[in-house]
Each structure stands twice: as structure tokens, then as C-alpha cells.
Design a protein around this ligand. Structure first.
Ligand code: ZN
Length: 281
């Protein structure tokens, strides 16, 4: 199943890429809020699997919001691909990857315009994002997928000067300027993907491919992240995990490269879809 946030309302995306409004199709059993649905994810899955859905309506990608627009927690993982750890000048993590947050006010939908911070070095990080369906606290890897509602595409847009300034890095602030956390276009349930542990992801600027990887190369897989993170804190319904970016970010290039006025950044994951950000000075 694919779901989405269409103009602030929860919809199911049909096989012919039209949208069915969940509140209408369920006669009000499930409300319209795309974030609240994760509180009742299992009920919703069972209903959706058995419902006779009406015909959907066509829609524009620009009207989509984030499939998780207001999570209580955003956990973002760094250095989770060996080649990206290398290009960043770090050893790969072995027990727990570095984990930070992207503040919720930076979340947007998949097709947006983003203002570049003045005098900044704004960089790209295409990432697979997992959204929690059932509360996960101290659970093992074998059970982890049962706690995940689905997967979506995320961009961990990062202003490197803020991120790396001061006596200790400022990951949370450097990665949370307005519009720096686009997600979408859809939430795809793991069963709807050919292999939810091995998805191609890529990123291009103005049509030039700058990142390409596969999620089978994650140092900590999605189940491993759920297990390691939930050993420390409960992951709540609707929480979001940015799973880390593959190699090819601007910081790791020689010479380094940053996003500039007019650049169009497209981030893609096989079986899910794409994000499209246009940057403005
Ligand atoms: Zn990242």
C-alpha cells in the first residue's frame, strides 16, 4: 500500500496513481490527519486491505505534504555507509551510529522551493526514511519491520558552516533551516516493495547524478537501527528515522561543491518515488 498527505489530508494512492481520501472512503472511521493515522496503524492496515475503495482522483505532486508532517521525534543517523564515512574523514561506526535530530519545523513535502542561508555552504544528502507504525522499545532486529509503517524518501539538507562550527558540531541546527527536511512523495509499506532491505537511491543536481547507492550497503540496516535506537529510547508511532546518506555529498568532493541559486535537486528511491527541491539565494 502507498499512502500520502494530499493538501493536509490522508489519502491512499491507487495502482493508477490517483488519490482516495481515507476519511471519505472509511465513512469517518479514520480521520483526515496524515500524522495521527500512525496511532492506529494496524487497524488502518487491516481496514485498507479489505476495503472496496472508490475510484481515486488525479492530483499534482506539488500538493503533497510529508507523509509524516509532525512526528514527535526525528532521529537522523550519520556515517551509515562506509564510502560516505570515508569521504567525510571519519571511521565507520561499529556499535552505534552518530544520531542527531532535524527539528520538526524544517519538515516539508516532496516538491518545494528552498531558500539558501546567506553565506552558507548548503549540501545534499539523499536518504531512505523509515516511519514508525507501532511503538518500538527495546526490540530485536527480527521484530523490527513489524514496528515500521513504511518507507519514504528524505533529503537531509545540511548547511555545513553552521553544522561544523564551534567547539562541538551543531548537527541539529545546521540541518534544520526552513525547508531542510523534505519527505515524500509517498509512504510505501514494506510488503509493497520487492526487497525493503535493498533499494537503489540516487540524487542529481540539474540532471547530473551526484549520489547513487543501495540500502543493502547500510552499515546499520533499518532493522538494526530500530533495534539499536529503541534500546535507548522508545520510538513512537509516526516517528521518523533518517537512515544516512551514501557517498557523493558536496562536502566530500575535491573541490567541495555547494548548492546555489537556481539549482534543482532530485532525490530518488526505487519503488517509492522522488523529491524535487529548487534552491533560491
Ligand atoms: Zn544525513
Amino acid at each position: 500500500m502507498r499512502t500520502a498527505n494530499l493538501s493536509g489530508r490522508l489519502v491512499i494512492i491507487t495502482d493508477d496513481d490517483t488519490a482516495v481520501d481515507v476519511e471519505e472512503a472509511s465513512d469517518g472511521r479514520f480521520g483526515p490527519d496524515p500524522q495521527n493515522i500512525y496511532e492506529r496503524w494496524t487497524d488502518f492496515r487491516v481496514w485498507a486491505a479489505n476495503a472496496e475503495l472508490p475510484a481515486g482522483r488525479p492530483f499534482a505532486a506539488a500538493d503533497l505534504g510529508s507523509p509524516a508532517p509532525a512526528p514527535r521525534q526525528v532521529l537522523a543517523v550519520g556515517l551509515n555507509y562506509h564510502a560516505h564515512a570515508d569521504e567525510s574523514g571519519f571511521e565507520s561506526p561499529d556499535t552505534l551510529p552518530p544520531t542527531f535530530t532535524k527539528y520538526v519545523s524544517s519538515i516539508t513535502g516532496p516538491v518545494t522551493d528552498v531558500h539558501l542561508p546567506e553565506d552558507g555552504h548548503t549540501d545534499w544528502e539523499a536518504e531512505l526514511v523509515a516511519v514508525i507504525g507501532e511503538t518500538a522499545h527495546q526490540i530485536g532486529e527480527d521484530d523490527a519491520w513489524l514496528h515500521i509503517a513504511g518507507l519514504t524518501v528524505g533529503q537531509d539538507i545540511s548547511e555545513r558552516i553552521t553544522q561544523l562550527s564551534g567547539p562541538a558540531p551543531q548537527f541539529g541546527l545546521g540541518k534544520s533551516y526552513p525547508g531542510f527536511t523534505p519527505m515524500g512523495p509517498y509512504l510505501v509499506t514494506p510488503d509493497a516493495l520487492a526487497d525493503s532491505d535493498d533499494l537503489e537511491l540516487s540524487c542529481s543536481i540539474n540532471g547530473e547524478e551526484v549520489q547513487k547507492g543501495r540500502t543493502r550497503d547500510l552499515i546499520f540496516s533499518v532493522p538494526a537501527l530500530v533495534s539499536r535506537l529503541s534500546a535507548i529510547l522508545p520510538l513512537l508511532p509516526g516517528d521518523v528515522i533518517f537512515t544516512g546518506t551514501p557517498a557523493g555529498v558536496g562536502l566530500g568532493r575535491t573541490p567541495q561543491r555547494w548548492l546555489s541559486d537556481g539549482d534543482v535537486l532530485v532525490s530518488y528511491i526505487e519503488g517509492i518515488g522522488e523529491l524535487r527541491q529548487t534552491f533560491h539565494a
